[in-house]
Design a protein around this ligand. Structure first.
Ligand code: DOR
Ligand code: ZN
Length: 420
């Protein structure tokens, strides 16, 4: 038996709490041989849940593996991650989904929920076996990295989502408006940098189409990484109509803006791109008022070689799991826009509800699984990309002075990370 008494912490609402862990659950009194953990000055929160993680295994293990990516998750306070389907091979069958979950169990750092692709091979032409994957336990389907452009297929996918009680997560980006050379935000920087832009309209027009398909079919739609003010407006409109839609913002789109691109450092290349100040303000306001439901990391490791290219040719994507809470503290808590209960809602409770990640995002009460994170709300440090569990080093926060909040993470009663 393993048992802990976590003493002297405060809950998200500021109330003092002592927590008693016995094996993998919270109990209502200390076990006789419980190890004492002093948590004075710390917050204790439910473990974080990420609906948008790229773990790269199978196929791109030099960028990340299930083991290294979930080690990042534990260091970032996460107890559950949803592994995006754009691996090689793509997660487009029940067998492949089961394999990802099994790799997660072997790594044993966090619970891994496989995301299934919406279309076979992410090609956008033929639906994956969504019903079979749903029967195998897949709760989220996404072609992330690419937008599912075909409206009729999107309608069918949402119909299947309604039938199977699953969710379609769309990377909203019209590939005809945002051509193959697009690599930075069109509105704020493309002209100045002499590069081809991703136009804002490529995102919100797809969202407008998809929320209407969601309304028509009753299928639940999740909008990955929204980045523009117009997208926030469309989601607000859809929610007012009662459409079953949820929206996500990434830690990097909350904190980082397109002025960072002036040196053409490919670390800052990401899809959708870093935007300008007006969009960032709309994202923060949308997260604070509930239009945007959750923070998802879009943790996207890339090996150095994939980033060591001319800007238009470099791979898009940046690391996210280890600094996600830091970004949310800096942009939302330290600015007074959200309190800690709001943070729990957008980083744990609601992502767990959307993905039906049973046992995660639960209140820290006796009888619940012992999935939790100890947080120092005031600690700060300079981010060093070398101090990372990732196999990659494309960390956009390197050298920044940021909150450094994660003291320890516990998944199913076991410490998956403790600050040393
Ligand atoms: O920047 C990105 N990187 N955006 C995506 O949608 C996919 C991701 C990746 O897989 O690298
Ligand atoms: Zn994406």
């Amino acid at each position: 038996m393993t048992a802990y008494t976590i003493r002297g912490a405060r809950a998200a609402d500021g109330e003092p709490v002592d927590l008693f862990v016995c094996n993998d659950v919270l109990v209502d009194e200390p076990a006789p041989n419980a190890e004492l953990v002093e948590a004075d000055g710390l917050l204790v929160l439910p473990g974080l849940v990420d609906l948008h993680t790229h773990l790269r295994e199978p196929g791109l293990e030099d960028s990340e593996t299930v083991a290294s990516g979930t080690a990042c998750a534990a260091r970032g306070g996460y107890t559950a991650v949803f592994a995006m389907a754009n691996t090689d091979p793509v997660t487009d069958s029940p067998e492949r989904a089961r394999h990802i979950a099994e790799l997660g169990r072997q790594a044993n750092n966090a619970e891994v929920f496989p995301v299934g692709s919406i279309t076979v091979g992410l090609v956008g032409e033929q639906l994956s076996p969504i019903a079979e994957m749903a029967a195998a336990g897949v709760r989220l389907f996404s072609d992330d990295g690419r937008c599912l452009m075909d409206s009729a297929l999107m309608r069918q996918a949402l119909e299947l989502a309604a039938e199977t009680d699953t969710v379609i997560a769309q990377h909203s980006q019209d590939h005809l408006l945002a051509g193959p050379d697009a690599c930075v935000d069109e509105r704020s920087v493309a002209g100045r940098l002499g590069l081809t832009g991703w136009p804002w309209v490529a995102e919100s027009t797809i969202i407008a189409r998809d929320v209407q398909l969601s309304e028509l079919t009753g299928g639940r739609l999740h909008i990955c990484h929204i980045t523009t003010a117009e997208s926030v407006d469309v989601v607000r409109w859809a929610k007012a109509r009662g459409v079953p839609v949820s929206a996500e913002v990434t830690p990097h789109h909350l904190l980082l803006d397109s002025s960072l691109l002036s040196g053409l450092d490919t670390t800052f290349k990401v899809n959708p791109p870093l935007r300008g100040a007006g969009d960032i303000e709309a994202l923060r306001a949308g997260l604070a008022d509930g239009t945007i439901d959750i923070v998802g990391t879009d943790h996207a490791p890339h090996a150095a070689a994939a980033k060591r290219a001319a800007f238009p040719a470099a791979k898009p994507g940046m690391l996210g799991l280890e600094q996600a809470l830091a970004s949310v503290i800096e942009t939302m808590v330290n600015t007074g826009r959200m309190n800690w209960s709001d943070v729990v809602r957008v980083m744990s409770t609601v992502p767990a509800q959307i993905g039906r990640a049973g046992g995660h995002g639960r209140p820290l009460r006796p009888g619940q699984p012992a999935n939790l994170v100890l947080v120092d709300p005031d600690r700060r440090s300079m981010v060093d990309r070398e101090r990372s569990a990732s196999a990659s080093r494309n960390n956009p926060y390197h050298g920044m002075d940021l909150p450094d909040p994660i003291e320890a993470t516990m998944w199913a009663g076991r410490w998956t990370y403790r600050r040393t």
